[in-house]
Design a protein around this ligand. Sequence first.
Ligand SMILES: O=C(O)C(=O)C[C@]1(C(=O)O)C=C[C@@H](O)C=C1
Length: 366
Amino acid sequence: MNENNDAAPPNLADVRARIDAIDRDIQALIAERAGWAREVGRAKGPLKAAVDYYRPEREAQVLRMVIDRNRGPLSNEEVVRLFREIMSACLAQQEPLKIGFLGPEGTFSQQAVLKHFGHSIKGLPLATIDEVFQEVAAGSADFGVVPIENSSEGTVNSSLDLFVTSPLKICGEIELRIHQHLLARGGRLEDIERVYSHPQSLGQCKAWLRANLPNAERIPVSSNAEAARRARSADDAAAIAGETAAHIYGLKVLARQIEDRPDNTTRFFVIGREVFPPSGHDKTSLLMSVKDRPGALYDLLTPFADQGLSMTKIESRPARTGKWEYVFFVEVEGHAEDARMSAAIEAARARAAELKVLGSYPVALL
Ligand SMILES: O=C(O)C(=O)C[C@]1(C(=O)O)C=C[C@@H](O)C=C1
């Protein structure tokens, strides 16, 4: 591209003619790519449903190559988003994937679904995280997306606890930058007496609420979209939610980006019924429990250190089998099929009361 700001400005019609020619090439190449994606489908053999064609490890590899090749001017986020949409459309040629998430429409979970799977899917908004697990287990959804932790509010325990009894596997992680806005039907900040939101979002905006709406009642509800739905019915009510909820529920943004931390990020897991092969840069999530004795947890974790694997997260949750018994959620860099990881898992299994591999999945891209 010629970008010489001192030269005379180009002729608009000429520039548009160039863009038209490039669009023709891009479109022809996308069509050709879609044709090859069908060939990949045929190469995979006579499979039954869209879910059988989906390959998260291959998608992660394709997107890493896109990032490696990117020399600008578009950001990595933008080029990854475009290529995700191309893959999403290529895969949907068979039939769109059905993805369950915590609804209603307009939640951050829905944004995470679109970020990860693109728009050529069928989204299934569900009432609870528990239902997301159930619908995936029953096969009515191909995959589910559930929130796991927020950078300021910590772990979403209700999601983590469901893994204790669920047979489902983690097959992906998604990181989503969260911008919270104060949304209302109209009016002014001074008129707001009630603020609805999901407890996590109320927590993420604590300092802002204290400074700007110290007297407003804070009312926790099941999702941010539900908060927006409620704010729609009264002038003195507001919701804390994302931009999508403002569009869907026809609300105005009274205050923008009110999250206390500018790097506010939520991490989601993609849950499914099967495990996928290594992508080359993966993480493994494990659930382990130990009999209570001195050094038990230390013994459980040393095999990973011995194999030189780094642990990226550990979280303890009550086991619900007895008072003061715990299960540990542990995340380690690597894939369960890697030699060092499988050796570490076997050594830990021998020391654990229980050990379950929840899944190995590509590390979130951007
Ligand atoms: O490579 C594959 O296995 C494909 O099915 C092709 C493709 C793609 O468009 O690149 C589409 C869907 C899969 O999830 C992964 C990649």
